[in-house]
Structures are given as C-alpha cells and as structure tokens.
Design a protein. Sequence first.
Length: 223
Amino acid sequence: MGSLQRFLFGCLELVAPQTCVACDEPLERPSYDHPASDLEGNVSERMPNVFCDACQPLIEPCSRNPGAFEYGGPLADAIKRMKYSFRPDLARPLGRLMIPRALRYAGEVDSVVPVPLHPRKRRQRGFNQSALLARPIAKALAIPLQPSRVQRIRDTLPQSLASETNRATNLRGAFRARANEKQPRVLLIDDVQTTGHTLRATEEALRRAGVAHVHALTLAMTL
Ligand SMILES: [Zn+2]
C-alpha cells in the first residue's frame, strides 16, 4: 500500500473506525489493506483482522472442504447479522476472510460464481450475500466475478424448513447455468454449507451447462 493510500485509509479510520464483524467492538488493529499478498507478491495465509481480540480466538478454521471456517460462535453471529439484520457492509470483510483459502485454487479456476438467490428472496433481503462475499475473492484471484452465471429459476422452501428426505428434491430444477467457453473452470462461492444440497444442485446445473471443473468454497460449514 502506498503512502497516499495509507494516509487516506488513516483518515477513513478516524471517520469510521473499523469494528468487529461479530460484535461491533472497535478493532485495535484494523486491516484495510489486501491481506492476501505482501509487497513482493508473496501469497500469505494470514487471516485479515476483522474480529476483535475477544471474538478472534473463537474462530475455528475448517479442515474439511468446502468450508473455510467452522460455523458457530462469533462467525455465526457475523453471518446472521449480515443476512438478517441488513448488514451488507459485513460481506466485504467476511469475504476477505476467505481469500487465503481461495488462493489455493489460483490457476485452477477462471471465474468466481456466487450461489444465486431467487429474485424474490434477493429483493426481500436487499442483496445476495454470496455475491458480495465473492467480490474480494475474485479481485484477489484477479479473475472475473460472474454473478448471473447461475440463476435460481424456482423459488424453493428454505432448506431449513424442508424435511431431511425432501431437501434434495426441494432443489431439483431450481438452478439453471450458462456455458462460457472463455471461463470453463469455476470457483463457486456460498456463505454457509449445512447439508450440501444447495451447492450440489448448483454444481449440477453448471455441469449440465458443460462446465467440467467446479471447485466450491463456503465461508462457514456446519460439522
Ligand atoms: Zn467481537
């Protein structure tokens, strides 16, 4: 980051101090800068500072794909605030948390595609959280973000309300994807994976559209 940028970010910090994404506590060491690489371009696995000192130790990296972190504690609070308390501003710092994991797919994917919401749901919420999470990831990987590559064509029951046996059928035919020969390899982004049915249905739609390589990454995963 250049000195002018550092100065501008300093001013920004005075006007609007960066706060913890989970509890709004002001951060001691906010990180506005790009967390993913240093000045020499070396990729860093360092997690950006978006949680306060009380919340940070409770964040558990997830050892299983596609989750970047285990769902629960302050991370779950941050996700719920983003989605249900209209806090789209939390999506950028939360998306930046996913960058170190996303960089593992550098060179293996050509586009970043968020799991879509049905237009009605998107209007209700005011934004698609996965599309906002995907923005800093696409920027870090320096590949296009394609928010309308997959569309949700059928409004479905929320997966949490569908019974265990109906969850897979609930999503049948819910997604439609577009082929794109220039970007044949996709990194699919979602906020939370619980049963995996949504990601699988989205992946299937991409494969039906001829996309052979799909990697998936979610901010959190319930274990
Ligand atoms: Zn906190």
